[in-house]
Design a binder for this molecule. Structure first.
Ligand code: F6R
Length: 367
């Protein structure tokens, strides 16, 4: 059932061209220039009149939510807040019937997310679900939603569900933006054409980086700490890269917005600190170049995720992982793939049980 792979996690990482494609299938109609999502369309007035959108989730799904904030604010210009379900439910939040709440949950069973939704529902908000498991508790309590069609995710560390969540959030942002006029037709058309080709980009990244990342992983088997840095859309991707490493390898890792480095974490940098930096060409590249200079001046070990043909960051980095250039909004999907592989191989070489990491469960049904 692992389809020839050693672990479910590796199988699921390699399934991403298909899971992203399946998540778009029937929804993204590039020839017609349409994104079809019944859950959005049937309630378009709710979204149109929303004061704001509140995204609620935990863990990896919360990271997807942060990227959702960037997407929806950039393309649909609707204010978005992203909150941990566990915080939201206990802090007497302000919610009204003018709010749209989007819950993101792979399992659809996360207790904190469920409780937060019940609270939002009581206060009259409209609740939209993005779940992977059909007919799960969260899918059932929501007013409407879109399933991620990632297929069953068995590995405890979420991989293909995450990129499928990003796919749905991208579709929602583009659809709302097109509808409310903030995303013009020409930009919409070119973005959806690019989105349609993302599964192919993921496939390319899997084949071009798989062996390279395995080799890089070998050099970090004994690392005790890691920093992950990114800017803009790739700041949440850095958080997610760090979470993957912690969960399965038990190496302490922290994700940060690259610009925050100088406000504290820079004190940690010496020749023993590996730093994964996501530095695609589109997205504050010059700023990232200076961050890398600051890291190298302190002898940190840089593992850079860059676009093909990159020169500036690559010249300074100790390890270079190339991904294809995309519009900034798609780069977290593509950049996450080698970071998943890096976490996976470091964990495998440390002899860890990657599919069943200690202390973790696939659905967190207790608070
Ligand atoms: C990360 C991971 C957890 C979950 C979190 C939310 O790899 O598995 O952080 O993302 O427990 O779970 P769902 O999405 O099922 O609500």
């Amino acid at each position: 059932e692992k389809g020839g792979y050693e672990h479910f996690m590796l199988k699921e990482i390699f399934e991403q061209p298909k899971s992203v494609h399946d998540t778009m299938r029937g929804r993204l109609l590039v020839d017609e220039g349409v994104i079809k999502m019944a859950g959005i369309w049937d309630h378009i007035e709710k979204f149109k009149n929303a004061n704001r959108i509140i995204i609620i989730a935990c863990g990896t799904s919360w990271h997807a939510g942060l990227i959702g904030e960037y997407l929806i604010e950039e393309y649909a210009r609707i204010p978005v807040e992203v909150e941990y379900a566990s915080e939201f439910r206990y802090r007497n939040p302000i919610i009204t019937d003018k709010d749209v709440v989007i819950a993101i949950s792979q399992s659809g069973e996360t207790a904190d997310t469920m409780a937060a939704l019940k609270l939002a529902k009581e206060k009259g908000a409209f609740i939209y679900g993005i779940c992977n498991v059909v007919d799960s508790s969260i899918a059932r309590i929501t007013d409407a939603g879109s399933y991620t069609h990632a297929g069953p995710e068995i590995g405890v560390a979420s991989t293909k569900a995450f990129t499928a969540q990003l796919t749905i959030l991208t579709l929602i942002a583009f659809k709302l933006g097109k509808h409310n006029g903030n995303l013009g037709n020409a930009d919409f058309m070119s973005l959806i054409a690019e989105l349609e080709a993302i599964p192919k980009r993921i496939e390319d990244v899997l084949s071009s980086t798989h062996e390279l990342v395995q080799n890089i992983a070998k050099d970090f088997v004994n690392a005790t700490n890691f920093l992950y840095l990114g800017r803009g859309y790739n700041y949440p991707a850095a958080l997610e890269g760090a979470l993957k490493l912690k969960e399965i390898s038990y190496i302490h890792a922290e994700g940060y917005p690259a610009a925050e480095m100088k406000h504290g974490p820079i004190a940690l940098i010496d020749e023993n600190m590996p730093i994964v930096i996501i530095a695609p060409k589109r997205g504050h590249y010059d700023k990232i170049v200076s961050n890398v200079q600051e890291i190298k001046a302190r002898k940190g070990k840089v593992i850079a995720v860059v676009n093909k043909g990159d020169t500036q960051v690559s010249a300074m980095a100790d390890y270079v992982i190339e991904i294809p250039e995309t519009s900034e909004c798609f780069s977290p999907i593509v950049a996450s793939v080698p970071l998943q592989l890096l976490a996976y191989y470091i964990a495998v070489y440390r002899g860890a049980n990657v599919d069943q990491p200690r202390n973790l469960a696939k659905s967190v049904t207790v608070e």
